[in-house]
Structure formats: C-alpha cells, structure tokens
Design a protein around this ligand. Sequence first.
Ligand code: F6R
Length: 259
Amino acid sequence: MGTIKLIICKNENEISDLASKIIVDLVNNKKKSNLGLATGNSPIGTYKKIIEKYNNCEVCLKHVRTFNLDEYLDLKKDDFKNSYEYYMDENLFSKTDIRKKRTFFPTMLGNKPNNDYSKFEDKIKKYGKIDIQLLGLGTNGHIGFNEPGSAIDTRTRIVDLAQSTIDSNSRYFKSKEDVPKRAVSMGLGTILEAEKILLIAFGKEKSEAIKNFFSKEEFHEDLPMSALWNHKNVYIIIDEKAASKINKDKLSNFLIENE
Ligand code: F6R
C-alpha cells in the first residue's frame, strides 16, 4: 500500500505556489530533471509561477526534459491552437529556456512527429524515469486521459475520451463537433513509474472524485485516480472546495502541513 500526503491549500494561488516551488527545487537540485507535465486549466498558475521564478533567475531550465501526459488525436488541420503542444509552448516552453528538442509528447518527440507510442515510453526510459509527474484531475476521476475502466497496467496508447471529458473540453472549441473524441495518453502503469507524483485540483467540481478517492483506499477501475494508492510518493494538493466532501475521519490519516 502506498503513502498519500494530502495538503489542503486556501485557494488556487497557494496550490500554484507550492507546486511550482516543488518543481523548481527539484530542478535546482538536479538540472537534468525529467518533468512529467499536464495541460488543462489546473496547471496554468503553476506554470506562470515557474516562469516568474525563471525571470527572476531563480531557476535555469535549459537542461530539463519534459514529458507531457497526453495529446489529442483528430484535431482539425486549422485547430493547432487547441493542441497540447501549442498549449505548452504558450504557457511554459516559449517563456523559459526549455529547449524544444528536449520536450516530448506521445505524438511528438522533440521536433519529430511520432505515432509509435512505445518510442515515447523508450524516451522516458532512456533518461531514467520521470522525477516528478504533475497531474490534474478530471471530474470523473481521470488522470492523464485514462478514463474510468482503464486498467492499472496500461501504457501510452490511443484512448477514447469519455463523454463527460468531451463535454468539459468543448469550452475550448468553436463548436461541439470540433472536439476530439480520441487522444493518446500515458497509461496508468506509465504514470505510476514516476519517482514522485503531484496531483493538483481545485474547485467543487473536483470534490466528488476526491471524496471517492479517500473513501476506498485501493485501486478500482471506475476511478482512475485511485491508481495512486499503488504509489509510494504522492502529494495531493487541493483547495478547500475540492476537499470539502472528504470524510473528516480520513483527513487526519493523510493531511500534512504546507510549510
Ligand atoms: C491534461 C490531462 C487531464 C486534465 C484534467 C483536468 O493533460 O491529462 O487529465 O488534467 O482533465 O483538467 P482541468 O485542469 O482543465 O480541470
């Protein structure tokens, strides 16, 4: 059984502060760090704070390698702005000294398009392992695009997105028809091989998944996040709203202070 450390922050800003500090401290201790990164709304503040620290010369990122969790498939040709590659360029890469050739997505290895997903996994192995994997959380409990029903040992592969994920992603697209229904995602097995995992989540929409996670302390396929019970070094960093439904008796077993 793994060890879960729960940190409840006041708000998104405090979550971003803490997550960015953990990532920057790692890079300052190990300049060739392997960072596992996520997209979506949750990590935007964390990336902003990493950029701030970079601008203040508090960190140098030019030797890090980055491995993104996932990428859409079937995006329309003129819809590159909705790709996760574009998101990462906009929200982090182009604003720091991270080198494009050291950024890896399941569908893009450095500057080379890729559709052999085992090669993405090989890249991770080539550089050792992911030192820190940053995760957001779907309202349905997904991590990466491992939707409910994903097996614990899944690897990077093509996945069908759940309808709730498609609906939630539609806020970024012009019309509902444009929202991709498939993606490529690191598997739960891939994620669990990271040295350390930081899951960040805020807002009451995430509270049900968080409650379910703490209600059954083992992996069950209908809640992909519960795979984290099989990992030894997981930090769950959430705000008070996302934590609001956790059974109070459970809290003291996992809660640690944010020093
Ligand atoms: C994104 C990803 C997804 C998101 C999740 C939460 O790379 O893998 O699992 O982290 O859907 O999305 P937000 O942060 O937009 O609520």
